[in-house]
Design a protein around this ligand. Structure first.
Ligand code: AMP
Length: 318
């Protein structure tokens, strides 16, 4: 984390009158928390500037934030900041190219460096943690609102699986504690993040029932369009069940294959030890070493990906 890059980011923010903040498609709490947290931080610190948050609809996470609708002209002479997004193909709202200057702020491996300034810290639990770092670095000049603190806290809770995953560091707890000093209802927020509609709870039962596990702890679940239609569940809503198999002690790494309307499968992979983003990268994806995503064109690729997961589980020494 270079202090010079932080200064460059602040300088760019000071220079521009309009700042438009993007994040990734199919947003999770960290995408929205980092996007909205940064927007709040800048609104509070520079009330005279126009600050927008844009992207596709946020689905069931609208208790966090909603998006601004802006015309293309708003991008003229604007600064665009993208949070929590490793590669340009995943940026929600393709108009991110229309601005005058582009900044990337992220915590995923920097496989596709993009933008005029890139600030990437893969040690951070979440992009929200990085935005909180940014706030604390310029604390003498910048002010965070309660709403900003709520959003950043939500992002950290989301990406650490409530402080359970290995990305949770002592620094993460320190930042979380600082955010909890703000006057927002963290208990209510945690409940909102945890709750799921009945149809998704029913899907959880199906996930456990259908989970296939080999002798080395490689797991797979296939969710077909037929099943999703029967339950009335869309792709975004399946995000809530991805980590569930983790409680099964026989499991080492697993993939959930979610069939899309075009027949392709969105692949969501998780691991308790073996690195799996190398597999994701081979199949049009990427992500973190232990939490990644990819795409499979058909059942042949689904099987090929599962075989690769089986291989890394077999070779994994605890
Ligand atoms: P998900 O399973 O969608 O929660 O994604 C887990 C992680 O993998 C996230 O950090 C994503 O940013 C990353 N990821 C998911 N899908 C892709 C993709 N198609 N390309 C690159 N990274 C991805």
């Amino acid at each position: 984390m270079s202090e010079r890059t932080l200064e460059e980011i602040k300088h760019a923010i000071q220079q521009y009158q309009t700042i438009i903040i993007h994040r990734h498609k199919s947003p999770d709490p960290d995408a929205l928390g980092s996007q909205g947290g940064l927007a709040e931080l800048l609104r509070q610190s520079y009330p005279e500037k126009k600050i927008y948050q844009v992207g596709e609809a946020v689905g069931g996470l609208d208790f966090l934030i909603t998006m601004d609708e802006i015309p293309d002209e708003a991008y003229q002479g604007a600064l665009v900041i993208v949070t929590d997004t490793a590669n340009t193909a995943r940026i929600s709202d393709s108009r991110y190219t229309l601005g005058d200057k582009l900044i990337k702020i992220d915590h995923h491996p920097n496989d596709e460096p993009y933008g005029d300034i890139a600030y990437v810290n893969t040690k951070a639990s979440s992009c929200s943690e990085i935005i909180a770092d940014l706030w604390q670095f310029f604390e003498d000049e910048w002010t965070l609102s309660e709403e900003g603190a709520r959003l950043l806290y939500a992002g950290i809770v989301g990406d650490t699986g409530r402080f359970l995953f290995s990305n949770t560091s002592a620094h993460t707890f320190k930042i979380a504690a600082d955010l909890r000093q703000f006057d927002f209802d963290a208990t209510y927020l945690n409940r909102q993040l945890q709750e799921m509609p009945l149809k998704v709870a029913r899907l959880s039962g199906i996930v456990y029932e259908q989970l296939e596990v080999d002798k080395n702890g490689a797991g797979k679940v296939i969710l077909t369009q037929e099943l999703l239609a029967e339950l009335g569940i869309n792709d975004l809503e399946t995000s809530q069940i991805v980590s569930l198999p983790g409680v099964v002690d026989e499991l080492v790494a697993w993939a959930i294959f979610v069939q899309q309307p075009n027949g392709h499968f969105r692949v969501r992979m998780r691991s308790k030890g073996p690195v799996i983003n190398t597999i994701a990268k081979k199949y049009r994806g990427g992500g973190h070493p232990l939490a990644s995503g990819a795409n499979a064109k058909d059942m042949v690729e689904v099987e090929a990906i599962y075989q690769e997961i089986q291989e890394v589980c077999k070779n994994f020494v605890k």
